[in-house]
Design a protein around this ligand. Structure first.
Ligand SMILES: NC(=O)c1ccc[n+]([C@@H]2O[C@H](COP(=O)([O-])OP(=O)(O)OC[C@H]3O[C@@H](n4cnc5c(N)ncnc54)[C@H](OP(=O)(O)O)[C@@H]3O)[C@@H](O)[C@H]2O)c1
Length: 376
């Protein structure tokens, strides 16, 4: 347990970090104008631990914000992070009221699951662990898609071992395998549910027709697909399918890989070790064009007295009560900033104004609307 946490618990004082996320702090002072609205004085942990801070993905209750644990493994945005530090970060998230943790076999591969398993083993019954299957790993390296039933039955044993648990709360098909009917995948997960190894079935980046076919065999609890103020492809029939079928929605990339936090500008460049170097919305031209979205975000963040990251996450939360974003971070300060999003309320009038402004901005490097009808 780290000394900060001991100090905060023992002192009985308002934690310094809580002041920061409440908008009364220091380093983010430029993001927290003195005219900050009353809402920013609320404590995110108090909210997250209250009924207001809980959301339902199908029948699964989770905190309104989860924690994405992908980039902890390295090979995405930053090098692999120290295991001890990530274990502390994940446990701090639990202390702050987060109950929903997102990982996958392929992150590392295997590393993120190991970190999550180590961190959450002592509090297994208080948290919801989501992991994903669907790839093969020749020589321990990521290979192609593989969702054959026998492969899934093998994959889950490895995930359970690394996660130090007897069950996975939400087990997602990570990417649809074109060589395996999705009904067979759903049927295999159904068997894993019967065996008590899985509690809920999830699917990631699937088209509406695939969602329907899988759901008919084993009801889907959550769909995980990219969604943010910049990448709104899910608004083309994916979110409406979830709504119709009672499936929860988990946006990945909710701060668009950091872009919506304001940490990059039109001159930012990414080397090959950073996945963003291959993402179309991070090319020099796209960054330049997409600054218009960031300007909008900054403007609204200022009006609401919060940070761009908090506003961006709050906008997602305001879209539907069954949406649960999972911002990924390797840093405690970012985790705490992001959790502050639960203090931000956006009225329907404000949401309409934001929509109208968004519709006037031509975003570059995002997916074509028709791609929503195809498995990714
Ligand atoms: N289903 C899928 O196919 C799929 C695909 C990708 C990701 N995911 C899941 O979704 C989660 C989130 O997606 P993501 O990590 O790609 O994108 P993201 O959450 O939009 O962005 C993560 C990036 O933003 C930075 N960041 C986060 N909060 C910040 C803040 N307040 N200020 C400044 N920078 C901040 C992080 O850096 P720091 O570490 O420095 O904070 C990291 O580089 C992942 O962890 C993973 O669990 C799923």
């Amino acid at each position: 347990m780290n000394s900060d946490r001991k100090h905060e618990r023992g002192s009985g004082l308002v934690a310094r970090r809580d002041l920061l996320v409440a908008g009364l702090g220091f380093t983010a002072a430029s993001f927290f104008p003195t005219s900050a609205g009353a809402q920013s004085a609320q404590n995110p942990t108090t909210i997250l631990k209250s009924p207001k801070g809980k959301r339902k993905l199908g029948s699964l209750e989770v905190s309104a914000l989860g924690l994405g644990c992908m980039s902890m493994a390295g090979g995405f945005y930053d090098p692999r992070q120290d295991k001890g530090e990530m274990v502390r970060l994940i446990r701090t998230a639990v202390d702050r009221g987060v109950t929903f943790f997102d990982t996958a076999e392929v992150y590392g591969p295997f590393v993120s699951e190991e970190y999550v398993g180590e961190a959450l083993a002592p509090m297994r019954n208080q948290v919801v662990i989501a992991s994903k299957f669907g790839f093969e790993f020749p020589n321990g390296q990521r290979g192609g898609r593989n969702s054959r039933p026998e492969h899934i039955r093998q994959a889950i044993e490895g995930s359970l071992r690394r996660l130090k648990t007897d069950w996975i709360d939400l087990y997602y098909l990570h990417r649809v395998d074109p060589n395996v009917p999705v009904e067979d995948v759903a049927g295999t997960v159904k068997d894993l549910i019967k065996a008590g190894k899985v509690k809920h079935f999830g699917v990631s980046e699937a088209a509406p027709q695939t969602i329907r076919r899988a759901h008919a065999v084993q009801p889907i609890t959550a769909l995980q697909t990219e969604y943010s103020l910049i990448e709104r492809v899910a608004e083309n029939g994916i979110l409406s399918t979830c709504e119709e079928l009672g499936i929860g929605f988990v946006p990945w990339g909710p701060v668009h890989r950091g872009f919506l936090t304001g940490r990059f500008d039109a001159n930012s460049r990414f080397d090959r070790s950073d996945r963003r170097s291959a993402v179309p919305s991070f090319t020099p031209d796209a960054l330049k064009a997409n600054m218009a979205i960031l300007d909008l975000v900054r403007d609204w963040a200022k009006r609401k007295g919060v940070t761009p990251a908090q506003f961006s996450l709050a906008w997602l939360l305001a879209q539907k009560p069954w949406i649960v974003p999972i911002p990924g971070t390797t840093k405690l300060s970012h985790l705490e900033e992001n959790l502050g999003a639960v203090t931000v309320d956006l009225s329907s009038n404000e949401l309409s104004q934001i929509r109208a402004a968004l519709s006037k901005i031509k975003v570059q490097g995002v997916r074509a609307p028709e791609s929503a009808q195809t498995d990714q």
